[in-house]
Design a protein around this ligand. Structure first.
Ligand code: PHE
Length: 344
């Protein structure tokens, strides 16, 4: 219906109210809303005409337009809830209505497998007196390398291809959780035990076993007379917690500039007796690089290596999750693909 904005507002209101009263579904109400209230609608065009009216009429016209708007809004709202109520009543009165049926369940997500394993390990380690620490993902070169006994031109930098964040190469995305070792030493007085789960980043060509972003969990214990025996004990406890039973381990020499001696700790493959695809037919799985904290690192953290010693380990959390859940491609983990995530 075309409206003339010079129409008597009272007549407009009666017209609108009558049509709201006879509207019998939500679509009809929406159409009336559009016609009267929305941009370009009746009320808007009345308001737009005000500047062309003689000055003494402007105020009154403005007020009336507003009254019209408020009254129509209220009528629409009331009719909307009446229609909704009626449709509910009709549904209830229908023969197939059953108030005892359970309501539709809302879909709920689940914790990411990395979060699940992280929380389990946090529980396990806090029960052994460890503190859970955090550290920055955007890290200074100092903490990521230098303070860990890896100077600028050290060849060990080649094994951790780095994302640099500034021109001078002073700020990097951390390539491991080890920088938090020195940050922890600066903040906490020894003796202490800490774990640091978190995200790390490397400049990688990605494939089934390499991803630019993955998760590690650092462990650090500083105390008096801490020995390799303590290290092995802690690692066995960790594996028992993760796999639910005792797992045989072996130590091989491993090189990391921030530990001395350094080891690769291998775990007996939990999935086979004589070789399988997970352990690449070797029955051993390389899982835990670790070692005794290098005196230079203790010094970087302001701790006297004559008085204190410690061990550190760098658990590959992403790798552990893959092992435990038999995921064959690391890229699934951070893909955000619901078909993958819904399995956990
Ligand atoms: N930070 C090392 C890495 O990411 C692992 C490591 C941690 C080794 C602690 C020894 C001790 O490769």
């Amino acid at each position: 219906m075309a409206h003339d904005s010079t129409h008597d507002p009272e007549a407009l209101l009666q017209d609108a109210l009558a049509r709201v009263a006879t509207a019998n579904d939500a679509d009809a109400l929406r159409a009336l809303d559009r016609e009267f209230l929305q941009k370009g609608g009746v009320v808007a065009s009345i308001l737009a005409s005000i500047p062309n009216l003689p000055p003494e009429k402007r105020k009154e016209t403005g007020q009336r337009a507003n009254q019209l708007k408020v009254a129509i809004e209220a009528a629409l709202l009331e009719k909307k809830s009446a229609l909704e109520g009626a449709s509910l009543d009709a549904e209830r009165a229908g023969g197939d209505f059953d108030a005892t049926l359970p309501a539709a369940r809302e879909a709920r997500g689940s914790l990411h497998p990395i979060t699940q394993v992280t929380r389990e390990l946090e529980d396990l380690f806090t029960s052994m007196g460890y503190t859970v620490l955090d550290g920055p993902e955007v890290e200074l070169d100092w903490y990521n390398f230098e303070a860990l006994n890896i100077p600028k031109d050290h060849p060990a930098r080649d094994s951790q291809d780095t994302f640099y964040c500034d021109k001078d190469g002073k700020v990097v995305l951390r390539t491991h959780t080890s920088p938090v070792q020195v940050r922890a030493m600066e903040r906490i007085k020894p003796p202490f035990r800490a774990i640091v789960p978190g995200k790390v980043f490397r400049q990688e060509s990605t494939d089934a076993s390499h991803e630019h972003t993955f998760h590690q969990m650092e462990g650090l214990v500083v105390g008096k007379d801490v020995s390799v025996g303590h290290l092995i004990g802690a690692m066995k406890t960790l594996l028992r917690g993760v796999f639910g039973r005792d797992i045989e381990v072996r130590l091989r020499p491993g090189y990391f500039p921030f530990v001395e001696p350094g080891f690769e700790l291998d775990a007996r493959c939990p999935f086979c007796k004589s070789g399988c695809s997970v352990c690449k037919q070797s029955t051993w799985i390389e899982l835990l690089p670790c070692g005794m904290v290098h005196p230079n690192v203790l010094k970087s953290g302001g701790i006297d290596p004559e008085e204190w010693s410690g061990f550190a380990f760098g658990l590959g959390l992403s790798r552990l999750v893959m092992l435990r859940t038999k995921i064959d491609d690391v890229r699934h983990l951070l893909s955000g693909d619901l078909r993958f995530l819904e399995q956990f």
